[in-house]
Design a protein around this ligand. Structure first.
Ligand code: NAP
Length: 248
């Protein structure tokens, strides 16, 4: 049975593990950032590999036949490491990236290239901000002492963080009704999100549109060059099957 390493931390990675399992040995890898992660079916390993060299050594030691990088679209370092390690070890790699958020009629999103650019823009947009960019991003907003933030993340944030904030520990999926109520209750003027895409967290965009809340969308980093990218779990599974039989 061929062995597939799924670099995870996303809902798609969990779905892919289940789809591949009947015909493959599947090892899912998690970074270990979340205290109580939702676990995929199959084998799971947790923690960094030790850079591209560490991952290349792991691929050889575990006799991995194919790798799917199904990490979050913003996990750029892991994606770069996977590309380098798979090239070095001669192991086929496929990147699974869900499509980004798509604006609808009535949306006038402020698209920015980085979290820092989002922070620079915020004071001109609103005083009360709903920040959904993850706890690791909070330090980028810590200098905005005049703004108030509603911060939603999975685990408690650690300093540096904005001085005026309320933390809401929660993970999706979220509903439009719930997001509308949340933003209304906190009198939110602007929402900041990464362009993560996916149904789990898109309700906030619908709610913001209905409430007239300004939306700042941080663009994704590019996928590693030269690596095939697919956007659905089924495409990833099909691509793995083809790569394992020597096709492109
Ligand atoms: P990152 O900055 O790209 O990666 C930093 C380091 O963490 C990597 O060099 C690697 O350590 C380790 N790592 C990351 N993902 C790993 C995985 N799946 N398995 C084993 N080690 C991993 O990653 P990040 O942005 O901190 O994201 C960490 C994890 O959280 C990812 O699995 C991602 O899918 C998930 N996630 C990220 C976000 C986000 O917004 N960035 C949102 C939701 C979920 P070594 O170099 O030691 O191998």
């Amino acid at each position: 049975m061929p062995t597939v390493l799924v670099l995870g931390g996303t809902g798609e990675a969990r779905q892919l593990a289940s789809v591949l399992l009947p015909a493959h040995r599947v090892i899912s890898s998690l970074a270990g950032r979340v205290a109580d992660p939702v676990l995929p079916a199959g084998e799971v390993r947790v923690g960094g590999f030790g850079g591209p060299e560490g991952l290349a050594a792991y691929l050889a030691a575990e006799r991995i036949d194919a790798v799917v990088d199904a990490t979050h679209p913003f996990a750029a370092r892991m994606s770069a490491n996977a590309a380098a390690a798979c090239t070095a070890a001669g192991v086929p790699l496929v990147v699974l990236r869900r499509p980004g958020f798509a604006p609808r009629p009535g949306d006038a999103w402020h698209r920015v290239p980085t979290l820092d650019a989002a922070a620079a823009l915020l004071p001109s947009l609103a005083e009360r901000v709903f920040l959904t960019t993850g706890r690791q991003a909070l330090s980028r907003f810590a200098h905005l002492t005049r703004l108030w933030f509603l911060v939603r993340c999975v685990d408690p944030p650690v300093p540096p963080v904005p001085p005026r904030m309320t933390v809401l520990l929660d993970r999706g999926p979220f509903t439009v009704a719930g997001e509308t109520e949340l933003m209304r209750a906190h009198d939110i003027g602007a929402l900041v999100t990464k362009d993560s895409g996916g149904e789990m967290t898109s309700a906030k965009l619908d709610a913001a549109r209905a409430l007239g809340v300004a939306v700042v969308v941080v663009d994704r980093p590019p996928a590693p060059p030269g690596v095939p990218v697919v956007s659905t779990v089924d495409e990833a599974a099909a691509r793995v099957a083809r790569r394992l039989t020597g096709e492109n």
